[in-house]
Design a protein around this ligand. Structure first.
Ligand code: SF4
Length: 377
C-alpha cells in the first residue's frame, strides 16, 4: 500500500499477494513492482543476447527473459546467466527437457505452462528440477493459445476461459506442493486482458505478471499498454510487468518504468514535467525537452525537473519540482531550485546549465541517501 496522508487521492491499495523470488528479485507480497523485458536475439548468440540483457538492465530492467527453444539455447543460457547482472527467465514452450536444462543452467524462473508439457511424470520432473535449483515459475496464459477444450466450452477466448486455464495449470503445481509461481493472463485486447486479470485476482493469491501481449509498435503499443496496465495497476493489481512492443527491449523497459512512475509506483531517473508550448513560449520547449531527455538519461536518482515555456504555468510547476526552468524574459529564463526562484539564465546556455544543476542535485540526493543508510546501520 502506498500511503499518502496529505494527498489521499494518490493512494493505490495494492492487492495482497504472496511473495516469490525470481533470483534475488522479490515479486509480490508488497515488493516493488518489477519491470521485465525479453531479448529478441538468438539465444545461441551469447554475445548478442548478453548485449541486450546489459542494455536492458542499464535502462532499469529488474528481470530479463530469453527464449530457450532448443538444446543449444539452454547450453548458451548458462553463459548468459553467468554474465547477467539481473535474473534470467527461460521461456519454454512444450519441451519439458528444455525446462530441466534451463533450471540446471541457472535460470531464475521458468516461463512454462505445466499443462502443456505432457504426462504428470514430466510435470513432476520439471517441478523437481525447479525445486532443486531454486527456480520459480511463471504460468503464462495467452488468449491466443487457449486449450482447445476451453475454447469449445466457452466458444471463444473470454476472461472465464483464461482464468479457468490458469487455475488448471496452478492445480498441477499445487498438487505437487509447489507454490513458487506467478501467473499472467495476457491478451492483445485491452478489455479482455483487464477483465481476465481482474477475475484472476479474485481467485488466487499468486503474484500477477501483467502484460498486454502483441501490443504493437512503439507508439501504439505504448498507448495500449499504458491504458491496459495503467488501469490494472491503478486498481492495485499487478506485481511485475512486461510491456510488449515491436521495438527494442530497452524501449519496453523505458515504457514500463514510465507507466509505473506516472502512478507513483516506482521512481527512477528524472521525471520531466514540460508544457506542450504555444505562442507564449520564451524558448523552444519541444527541442529543449528532446535534448534534455537524452542528456539526462544517465541519471538514475529519482528526481523531478520542470521545463515550462512561460510564466503562465512555470512558477507553479517549479514549486513542485527539484529543478525548474521557466521561460519568459527576452532571451533568458528563471531557474528554480527546490521549488524556489534562484537565478536568471540565458536561453542559449540553459541546456548545459540545467544538466549541471540536475547532476548536482542527483549527487546531493545520493549523498543524503548514503548518509541515511549509514546512520540506519
Ligand atoms: S506554460 Fe506558457 S508556453 Fe507553455 S503552454 Fe502554457 S501558456 Fe504556452
Amino acid at each position: 500500500m502506498s500511503l499518502n496522508p496529505v494527498r489521499p487521492w494518490r493512494n493505490i491499495d495494492r492487492r495482497p499477494s504472496r511473495r516469490i523470488m525470481v533470483g534475488n528479485v522479490p515479486v509480490g507480497g508488497g515488493a516493488p513492482i518489477s519491470v521485465q523485458t525479453m531479448t529478441n536475439t538468438l539465444t545461441t548468440d551469447v554475445a548478442g543476447t548478453l548485449g541486450q540483457v546489459l542494455a536492458a538492465a542499464e535502462a532499469g530492467a529488474d528481470i530479463v527473459r530469453v527464449s530457450t527453444p532448443d538444446e543449444e539455447s539452454t547450453r548458451a543460457l548458462r553463459e548468459i546467466v553467468r554474465g547477467s547482472p539481473v535474473p534470467i527467465v527461460a521461456d519454454i514452450h512444450f519441451h519439458y527437457r528444455r525446462a530441466i536444462e534451463a533450471a540446471e543452467a541457472g535460470a531464475a524462473c521458468l516461463r512454462i505452462n505445466p499443462g502443456n508439457i505432457g504426462s504428470p511424470e514430466r510435470v513432476r520432473e520439471v517441478v523437481k528440477a525447479a525445486r532443486d535449483h531454486g527456480c520459480s515459475m511463471r504460468i503464462g496464459v495467452n488468449a491466443g493459445s487457449l486449450e482447445r477444450h476451453l475454447l469449445e466450452q466457452y466458444g471463444e477466448p473470454c476472461p472465464e476461459a483464461m482464468v479457468q486455464s490458469g487455475l488448471d495449470h496452478i492445480k498441477l503445481l499445487q498438487d505437487l506442493d509447489f507454490h513458487e509461481f506467478k501467473i499472467s493472463v495476457k491478451a492483445s485486447d485491452v478489455f479482455l486482458a483487464a477483465a481476465a486479470y481482474q477475475a484472476l485476482a479474485e481467485v488466487t493469491d499468486a503474484p500477477l505478471h501483467l502484460g498486454i501481449t502483441e501490443a504493437g509498435g512503439l507508439m501504439t503499443g505504448t498507448v495500449k499498454s499504458a491504458v491496459g496496465l495503467g488501469f490494472l495497476l491503478w486498481m492495485g493489481i499487478g506485481d511485475t510487468i512486461r510491456v510488449s512492443l515491436s521495438a527494442d527491449p530497452v524501449e519496453e523497459v523505458r515504457v514500463g518504468y514510465e507507466i509505473l512512475k506516472s502512478l507513483g509506483l516506482r521512481h527512477r531517473g528524472v521525471q520531466i514535467i514540460s508544457c506542450p508550448s504555444c505562442a507564449r513560449q520564451g524558448f523552444d520547449v519541444i527541442k529543449t525537452v528532446e535534448v534534455l531527455e537524452k542528456r539526462l538519461a544517465h541519471i538514475k536518482t529519482p528526481m523531478s525537473l520542470s521545463i515550462i515555456g512561460c510564466v503562465v504555468n512555470g512558477p507553479g510547476e517549479a514549486l513542485m519540482t527539484d529543478v525548474g526552468f521557466t521561460g519568459g524574459g527576452a532571451g533568458h529564463g528563471m531557474v528554480y531550485l527546490a521549488g524556489k526562484q534562484s537565478h536568471r539564465m540565458d536561453n542559449d546556455r540553459m541546456v548545459d546549465h540545467i544538466v549541471e544543476q540536475v547532476e548536482a542535485k542527483a549527487a546531493e540526493l545520493e549523498a543524503a541517501r548514503a548518509a541515511q543508510a549509514q546512520a540506519a546501520e
